[in-house]
Write a protein that binds this ligand. Sequence first.
Ligand code: SF4
Length: 348
Amino acid sequence: MTKPYDLRSLYPEEVKEILKEKGLEAWRTDQIFSWLEKGVRSFEEMTNLSKKLREELDELFFISNMTDADRLISKIDGTEKYLFTLPDGEYVESVLLSYKHGYSVCLSTQAGCKMGCSFCASTKAGFTRDLSAGEILLQMVEITRIKRQDDPAFRIGHLVLMGIGEPLDNYDNVIRFLRLCNRKELFGISFRNMSLSTCGIIPRIRDLMQEDIPLTLSISLHASNSALRSKLMPVNRRYPLKELLAVCKEYTRVTGRRISFEYALIAGVNDTPKEARELIGLLSGFMNHLNLIPVNPTKETSFTPGTRRAVEAFAQSLQRGGLNATVRRTLGQDIEAACGQLRREKKH
Ligand code: SF4
């Protein structure tokens, strides 16, 4: 019999309610969640619950798990990349980054991506399915479990949804995930320490403004005009640049939160003085930050990042034009930390 509930995707009050309905010990919910946060893979491991209750729980719920992980550690900066395998054979990539202010994870929200951005490896191996809220959370649970083997005080303080997949294309599961890891029973991460990066699905950005989740919204811009953006990012044909920027202004007005823009610098494609001028025109007057990211070369495209000098010159011309633009340090270059590259290799 298939078990009806995925325990990792449920809020504590939902679990409590189900237990109550079934006449089981609902007051045990906090204990169950503290085991989940510790990374247990089965009810069998919840040793402070009676054997009878563990068997009853096992009939009601399943606990989603990942079977193994490839783990690559950068020799340059300590960035760690994980490739997890889900029971249906799907692969999920996550990255652990270490900063002065603590650990941050970059998580995947879908197995593959439908969006087709031309510079991105995640989309090349195709889209298979959405991840459940529990499967997104599980990436943090597994990383924590693995790291605590060496460092019992290990703790994730920040998270970024910028791995494989378009988070707003898996809206309900992503919102549930964000609320779950904000809960004190799980990771207790403040919404202000979460960022979500989107290619610009306008109706879902509007939905997000109504959620009362004060995270940092990041827009993958990558072009300074609509024609170029449509070439690089097919989503722009459906949700054009002008409308996207209008909804960004609305987002800031409604939520009071600053938007951050991401711009992958591709030599000779979007990094000339013309694009710098256009960007200044587009983004002036926004309460924003512009992250310039030298593009990660992938085997599938001929895109390359400009030289360090060209990147700096582009950043300076934006700063002179009044934009708050900085070049993002690329981490984990020796372990292919660009999202989707490991999954794609496994799929072939
Ligand atoms: S950049 Fe993001 S939205 Fe675009 S294909 Fe890659 S994962 Fe999907």
